[in-house]
Design a protein around this ligand. Structure first.
Ligand code: AN7
Length: 357
């Protein structure tokens, strides 16, 4: 029989339509995002021990390389339905890449405000290629978010940061996918936090599935921030956040209340991880598992490793890898243990000798 090579996956709105605020009239703007793999990571499970099972939800395999696509397919589809012609966002990079792509896909104009000099090269390249109009400000993400929030109330332009409720609606589908794959919710969900939209979206997703009897338990929500950008851990606004993980270089998260509620209701925890711990996890994933994520994403694994002694026996854990490693080539080039023989003579003998023969 002839094999059918047509994919049946046409994006998360079509897959989870009955769980989302869309109707027959909603124009679906999609790049077939979602359905990302849940991959076992034995190198991490072995470090935890005690019969634990550890998986990563590799959301860096979305169309623009980050989980933002889950929220953006919803936000842009609804903006289009409402007749908007332009969208705006503040971004540490991934939101701008995703907003730019989906806006263009939907025929809308995209404006993105970024902190000048603090967006990883891959993300900037994406915004340029997708044809967004970029405004790089002399300030950080929090300053940029304040500006776009005010602009979107004064002018006819739709805000697509995670204060837009459709963003979290789309992002909650990652929790659905995890339960659909495991047949149950995990015991722990480890996730990096910046503006804290994603942890709130996951909590909403797990709760909706729980209420519909799709899972019998709810995970502990374990949220991690970079040590010098950890407003939720230290419970104060950080005026000048810093970290190698520029995606989560955020000092005043807008989804603070929702994230705290998720932590408290799930009996989870927030904690900080140093840049050194982030890079350690980043290197383990790359060199022991063949999984390349961006540094912000590695914060979820770094956080789990930090909590290793507190993991009960036989725990199922999912760490969310929010973005692709290709986003930040500078970080990769500066933080690896690869052997790189440069300036080698163009000659078989020399190459063989270099190989150790
Ligand atoms: C890879 O792109 O805020 O806690 O402007 O890019 O939902 O904010 C990115 C955030 C984690 C944090 N991992 O998610 C932006 C932006 C990656 C990210 C987060 C971000 P939230």
């Amino acid at each position: 029989m002839a094999q059918e090579f047509i994919s049946s996956w046409t994006g998360l709105i079509n897959a989870y339509r009955s769980w989302l605020p869309v109707s027959e009239e909603t124009p679906i703007i999609s790049l077939h995002e979602g359905s990302t793999p849940l991959i076992p990571v034995p190198s991490i499970a072995n470090r935890i021990g005690k019969g634990s099972k550890v998986y990563v939800k590799y959301d860096g395999l979305n169309p623009t390389g980050s989980f933002k696509d889950r929220g953006m397919t919803m936000a842009i589809s609804k903006a289009k339905e409402e007749g908007c012609e332009a969208v705006i966002c503040a971004s540490t990079g991934n939101t701008s890449a995703s907003a730019a792509a989906y806006a263009k896909r939907g025929g809308l104009k995209a404006f993105v405000l970024i902190p000048d000099g603090y967006v990883a090269q891959g993300k900037l390249a994406q915004a340029l290629v997708y044809g967004a109009e970029i405004i790089a400000i002399r300030g950080n993400f929090d300053d940029a978010l304040e500006i776009v929030q005010e602009i979107s109330t004064k002018y006819p332009i739709k805000l697509v940061n995670s204060v837009n409720p459709y963003r979290l609606q789309g992002q909650k589908t990652a929790a659905f996918e995890i339960v659909d794959t495991l047949g149950e919710a995990p015991d722990w969900l480890c996730i990096p936090m910046g503006n804290a939209g994603n942890i709130s979206a996951y909590w909403m997703g797990f709760n909706e599935y729980y209420k519909a009897n799709k899972c019998k338990k709810l995970p502990k929500m374990m949220g991690f921030q970079a040590h010098e950008s950890a407003p939720l851990v230290f419970n104060k606004i950080i005026e000048n956040p810093e970290t190698i993980a520029t995606a989560i270089r955020i000092g005043n998260p807008v989804n603070r209340e929702k994230a705290i509620k998720a932590k408290e209701m799930s009996k989870g925890a927030f904690s900080d991880v140093t840049d050194k711990e982030i890079i350690n996890a980043y290197q383990i994933l790359g060199s022991e598992e063949g999984i390349f994520c961006e540094p912000a994403s590695a914060a979820s694994v770094a956080g789990l490793l930090k909590f290793a002694n507190e993991v009960p026996n036989n725990t199922t854990i999912v760490c969310v890898l929010t973005g692709n490693g290709l986003k930040d080539p500078d970080c990769a080039n500066n933080n690896n243990k690869a052997i790189f023989h440069s300036n080698i003579e163009n000659d078989i003998k020399t190459v063989a000798k270099t190989l150790g023969f």
